[in-house]
Write a protein that binds this ligand. Sequence first.
Ligand SMILES: *Cc1c(COP(=O)(O)O)cnc(C)c1O
Length: 523
Amino acid sequence: MTQIAEAAHSAPRVTGEHPSAFPASVLAGSREGMAEVVTTLAGAIASARSARREDGPAPRGAPGDVLAAATESLGPPDVPADGIGADAALRRLATMLVEYGLDLAHPRAAAHLQPPPLTVAVAADTLASAGNASLDTYDSGPSAIAVERWVVRSLTRLAGLGERADGVLTPGGSMSNLLGLLLARDTAGQARGIDVRRSGVAALRCPVVFCSELAHFSVHRACAALGLGEQSVQPVAVDEHHRMRPEELAAALRGLDDDRTPVAIIATAGSTDFGSVDPLPELAEIAAEHAVWLHVDAAYGFGALFSERLSDRLAGLELADSVTVDLHKLGWQPAATSALLVADANAFSALDRTVSYLNPVDDSEAGYDGLLGRSLQTTRRPDAIKVAASLLAHGRAGLGSMVDVCHELAVHAQRRIAAEPELELISPAELTTVVFRYRDRSHADPDRLDRINSDLRRGLLESGVALIGRTTVRGGRPDEAERVCVKFTLLNQTATAGDIDELIDKVLLAGRACARRTEEGAA
Ligand SMILES: *Cc1c(COP(=O)(O)O)cnc(C)c1O
């Protein structure tokens, strides 16, 4: 300790003759407050228990009615003149959240890449909220900085990115993709003697970003936000397994006019609908040959690395320049929990900032440094705390077996769908999704089947019985139209094969009902 620090430490504490109007328990970070968090939550959870549905994962009713009832249960939309107290407020909210919300832990919740979160993660997130650290500066939360560094290191090791790797947590895969593309853009500028950060994108002539035609739409959004323009996105065709064709990418790069600037190749490791993984080693080779940044969007697929059985599917990930990871998908974290990993920590120099009120140079030189320079955010939640708790509690083996169980459920669904004459398997279980289509025995016209498939998913949602996904898939030939399909996204490791059978039975019943209705409508 310096002398000043010692003196400050030993100064007598002045105790107040004027006590605060508020008890210590009003603040969660105090000892009394933390105890009250626990008892208030226990009370709220107990009173919400009666609102829990057993018959399905979603509230029954049309959206207008559900939202109106939910809003009404909160009371008039005015800031109340007097409060009702924490216990009553929490009870009211907990009850309405359960009654009009989703039960993601229900085995028939299978719509989106939105997992039921792990108990340990939710408990740790409460601790994180109570501490309210921020990651931008050392004096906003030293322990949280240590936790994030630990989590990032653990993830870069799991990805095999090497000792120069680094990363940062972000509020979602869309943001991680944006950040990855920002680093790619500025690196492409640097290689051409252009300081994009200072002079803007105008000097970067006709930028091009390559990705598969199935890449997530956040890639297009990121290009728009970064000034590259959505038209900089050049989609590359996929094969019959929904994977980017490397020979098409190579041809596109070879055929690029001299006045164009290739900024990045974006591979997808786990496409949102199919879970398909682009051929990473081949794409990495092409990227290296043309000295183009390789970003791998592994928002969905990264979780497969926890599984010994499935981790091979991500071979080549270690060759990426940057990787998007969403642990609020195949990682069972409450949102938002994403990360951008980079192979070389120097890439973050594009985000360096010295701000007099946050990280003055002399502070940084003395080690009082935060993580401001890795993010576009300033105040940043310590989302790494729940991740660290989950990794410590379950380990790679625990999380890996959860991934395996979800994959097996998807394989079970795939087999049953393939055996069911009224269902058509569109895409098998690569990771934990299965895409299929209802068809009735009459093999009716495709437009009518489109309507049946969209209606059946809507019907299941409105009755609250099941939550399933919906998407469109183009047939094998380029001239084939896009067709409406339904989808299971299976992320519940406590569900059983029997639950999946029941879910499929509900789909069949709903499909038959919709088919009858379209027939009556036509008659
Ligand atoms: C979900 C997803 C994203 C977007 O992630 P968010 O966390 O929802 O912002 C990006 N890419 C892929 C492949 C995804 O599946």
